[in-house]
Design a protein around this ligand. Structure first.
Ligand code: FAD
Length: 329
């Protein structure tokens, strides 16, 4: 086994996702304790920009730039990554708890017959290189700490916004190009087209600030006021299942048990009643603000700050005040 910490540098359309930089920054901290080398593993096609953005964050980058990897499929990524991991035997393999990470990592763990901690909200390391993974259970009511007994590599996916990005690592990664050993015709899945979903510009799982509206917003066109608030705050707009079921919003913006878990620094809920299925998705948000006309709405039990009031008065007023405050800066 090598003394390397690997980070899966997930990219979309040639842009490396923020969570990869967060994990490379955390890995750099871990390496001070363990003396490990930090490596990124970058797969895709046309990766020059992605590679450039990564080099100051890692000591090494394993690069698989191949037209056959233009779009993510689990079998193509698995077939390319698994032999590489077996060959180099990193001690740790980390990735974002994104839809791709959640699809790929369990398959990799199964293939490598190793231990995997999903959807973590914290990682620490001991001097002997043992990783301690912290993950929320029961919607964030309790946190489990997991250690790996035999597992090599120690694998984990980690939620966005768990670590800060350190832009001052000033590394200069050695790039190790890997040629694809795979005959594309042997792959079982083929992507024949991609359609962009409407909705949040930055995925709600990646945004530092999420503003959400539930059924209290009353009609799909009223989400305009949420978009305006989000623009001022550089936030993404989330929602509840109720509005998704009404066909008002895309399911990719749904927060909760059957939607996404978010770990935003600030979560603001407008006209969201606070049903447990929704709350399960916000358990690890740092600060929660709720606005609802009903003083008994359950959401107030989970909010750090609450306002009993009409969102149609509060959202535009808040947007205006924030605009003024930003202009004065
Ligand atoms: C198996 C299962 C999985 C589920 N998964 C999810 C999930 O992932 N995510 C999710 O969100 N839900 C999920 N649900 C649904 C969940 O139980 C709730 O029904 C849903 O969250 C309610 O959405 P809501 O808060 O938008 O609507 P409502 O419960 O109808 O609440 C609307 C709120 O808006 C307030 N309001 C009305 N007008 C105004 C106004 N002008 N200003 C301010 N406030 C106003 C009301 O007082 C009320 O509190 C799931 C349910 C099941 C059974």
């Amino acid at each position: 086994m090598s003394n390397e910490i690997w980070v899966f540098a997930e990219q979309q359309e040639g842009k490396v996702r923020r969570v990869a930089f967060e994990l490379l920054s955390a890995a750099a901290d871990f390496s001070k304790k363990t003396g490990s080398t930090v490596a990124g593993i970058l797969l895709g096609s046309g990766l020059q920009e992605a590679l450039k953005s990564l080099t100051s964050y890692a000591d090494k980058i394993y690069l698989l730039d191949d037209p056959g990897l233009a779009a993510y499929t689990s079998d193509a990524y698995l077939i390319h990554m698994a032999p590489l991991i077996k060959e180099h035997q990193p001690s740790i393999l980390l990735g974002g708890a994104t839809s791709t990470g959640k699809d790929l990592f369990p398959r990799l763990a199964m293939h490598l017959q190793t231990g995997y901690a999903p959807d973590c909200t914290g990682l620490t390391i001991e001097e002997n290189g043992k990783l301690i993974a912290k993950r929320p259970l029961y919607g964030g009511k309790v946190f489990a700490e997991m250690i790996y007994l035999e597992a090599k590599p120690q694998m984990a996916t980690v939620r966005n916004n768990t670590f800060l990005v350190n832009q001052n690592l000033n590394k200069s990664a050695q790039v190790i190009p890997i040629s694809s050993p795979i005959d594309p015709s042997s792959l079982k899945k083929k992507v024949i087209g991609l359609e962009k979903a409407a909705g949040a510009k930055l995925d709600i799982t990646e945004a530092e600030i999420v503003v959400a509206a539930g059924r209290g917003i009353k009609a799909p066109e009223n989400f305009k006021i949420m978009e305006e608030l989000a623009d001022v705050l550089n936030a993404s707009v989330g929602t509840t299942r109720a509005t998704v079921d009404e066909g008002w919003r895309d399911v990719k913006d749904q927060i909760g048990k059957s939607g996404k878990n978010i770990s935003a620094k600030l979560y603001m809920a407008f006209g969201v009643s606070g049903a447990i299925h929704h709350i399960l998705g916000i358990g690890t948000c740092k600060t929660v603000v709720a606005v609802d006309t009903d003083p008994n709405a359950l959401i107030f039990n989970y909010a750090d700050y609450g306002i009993v009031g009409d969102l149609f008065q509060i959202v535009p007023a808040l947007t205006e005040e924030l605009k003024k405050a930003m202009a004065e800066k």
